[in-house]
Design a binder for this molecule. Structure first.
Ligand SMILES: [Zn+2]
Length: 461
């Protein structure tokens, strides 16, 4: 007797779709068959030709728990993830405090275990203040990667960035040497802070504080300069690096060349750099403010080239929940608002919608959102694949129904600021999210009783 029998799905296996049935027992896939045979199961889902893919894995998610639970917690933000076909998140530290040592990590894992609806991985914080903690965190074996920033903690956010920054070249070289010893990947937020501070000061003095001025204060060179620096230090030290949320084709070209030169470097981009542009920043102001900023449509068009040519390894949401007030204070002065916005629920729908617009192949979307994240962060083949023995994590979708994004239906605690995509029509529907054989979402309604069902996922050795 199986726990779950899923029949008549277009199942993603070995890079393509095959009509098949999938049987699940004890949270794992135990049988896949294309024959007409049926197995007895406690629960049967007939997909009637819908697509069945490995559950989506979000490589870039922020939860503010603990420290800023008024911005949402592990429960609310993973409910939002489940609504969008996501079965595993990778949490990036900007929490209070960031997990720069084993004790803090342990505390955050315990909190996540009590609340998460879906499975979760943690990044560790790597910083110049506590380089000795880098090896200890890696040896602990529970983080999938590290994350760091290339500037001192911003004023007023010292606690959120503690142990999470490599503020100068000295800290960068020491930090990278330590990272190289661990063999773990480190994600870099790559923006040149000196240049940005110069522009912001100048813009404020000139009274240029509109939405678009946020983008103009962080021009392309701020990303390019920083990516060049990270790549140079990575080459020198042998550290494995990821450039997080790449926003410009110019930076992508540098990463592409580094890859061609044999460097172990990875590129992430986010849906907002592919579906929004500088005009949206002018239109929505602080609600479209993120770092790096949205770019001109011309650059957005060029960025797609790197998504399709293999330079981009995975697409993360950079889901960043904040309070409405924290964003709204930027309505009159863009520089007064916090940066980042939610989007974990829309990453898969947006990319599927892009398939219907001819921007990308469906198989490529699955590779970028489901398969590659599992492979790069070493949670494959437990996650990221549909095969016998893997976790029974799935997203089910179709292109037969359209959906309209409605922020009121968003499960994120930060739904009030989920404005830029509100009202957008998507030519697709995510109809199920299934984690280890349990249906967590059906037709947009998430099973809110699944609190604490999520488990920690560690990299496999
Ligand atoms: Zn982020």
């Amino acid at each position: 007797m199986l726990d779950l029998w899923i029949q008549n799905g277009k199942v993603f296996m070995d890079g393509c779709f095959t009509t098949a049935n999938v049987g699940v027992r004890d949270g794992k896939v135990v049988v896949i068959t294309d024959a007409d045979e049926t197995f007895d199961a406690k629960e049967v889902l007939d997909l009637q030709g819908q697509y069945l893919i490995p559950g989506a894995i979000d490589t870039h998610m922020h939860v503010r728990d603990p420290g800023h639970i008024e911005r949402g917690n592990f429960y609310t933000e993973t409910l939002a993830a489940a609504a969008g076909g996501v079965t595993t998140i990778m949490e990036h530290p900007i929490s209070v405090p960031p997990q720069y040592n084993v004790e803090i990590l342990e505390n955050r894992i315990r909190r996540a275990e009590k609340q998460c609806v879906i499975d979760f991985c943690f990044y560790g914080a790597a910083g110049g203040e506590f380089p000795e903690e880098i090896t200890k965190l890696a040896r602990d074996g529970r983080i999938v990667a590290f994350k760091t920033f290339l500037h001192a903690a911003p004023n007023g956010r010292e606690q959120e960035f503690k142990g999470l920054t490599m503020a100068d070249d000295g800290q960068l070289v020491v930090g990278m040497q330590e990272l190289a010893k661990t063999g773990l990947l480190c994600a870099f937020h790559a923006e040149d802070n000196d240049l940005i501070q110069y522009y912001i000061k100048k813009f404020k003095e000139e009274g240029r504080v509109s939405g678009r001025d946020h983008a103009l204060s962080r021009p392309v060179i701020t990303e390019v300069q920083s990516v060049e620096r990270v790549l140079r230090f990575a080459k020198e030290t042998g550290a494995r690096v990821e450039i997080a949320h790449v926003s410009t084709p110019q930076a992508m070209e540098l990463i592409k060349q580094a890859k061609q030169n044999g460097m172990d470097v990875y590129a992430e981009t986010c849906p907002h750099y592919l579906f929004l542009n500088e005009d949206d920043l002018e239109k929505y102001g602080p609600f479209a403010k993120c770092n790096p900023p949205l770019r001109k449509q011309e650059l957005v068009d060029q960025l797609w080239k790197y998504v399709n040519d293999g330079t981009v390894d995975y697409i993360g949401s950079d889901h960043s929940p904040f309070l409405y007030e924290e964003k709204a204070r930027g309505l009159d002065d863009i520089f007064a608002a916090v940066s980042g916005f939610p989007g974990v629920d829309l990453r898969l729908p947006l990319m599927l919608n892009a398939v219907t617009e001819g921007k990308i192949k469906l198989e490529k979307v699955i590779e970028l959102l489901c398969v590659n994240p599992a492979k790069v962060f070493q949670i494959f083949p437990k996650k990221g694949t549909i095969r016998v023995g893997a976790d029974a994590d799935f997203a089910v979708f179709n292109f037969d129904h359209t959906t309209i994004v409605d922020k009121k239906k968003n499960y994120s605690h930060a739904k009030d600021i989920a404005i830029p995509y509100d009202g957008k029509k998507m030519n697709c529907q995510i109809s199920y999210t299934i984690l280890r054989g349990r249906v967590l979402m059906k037709d947009g309604v998430v099973d809110e009783s699944a609190k604490a069902y999520g488990q920690l996922v560690c990299p496999q050795k």
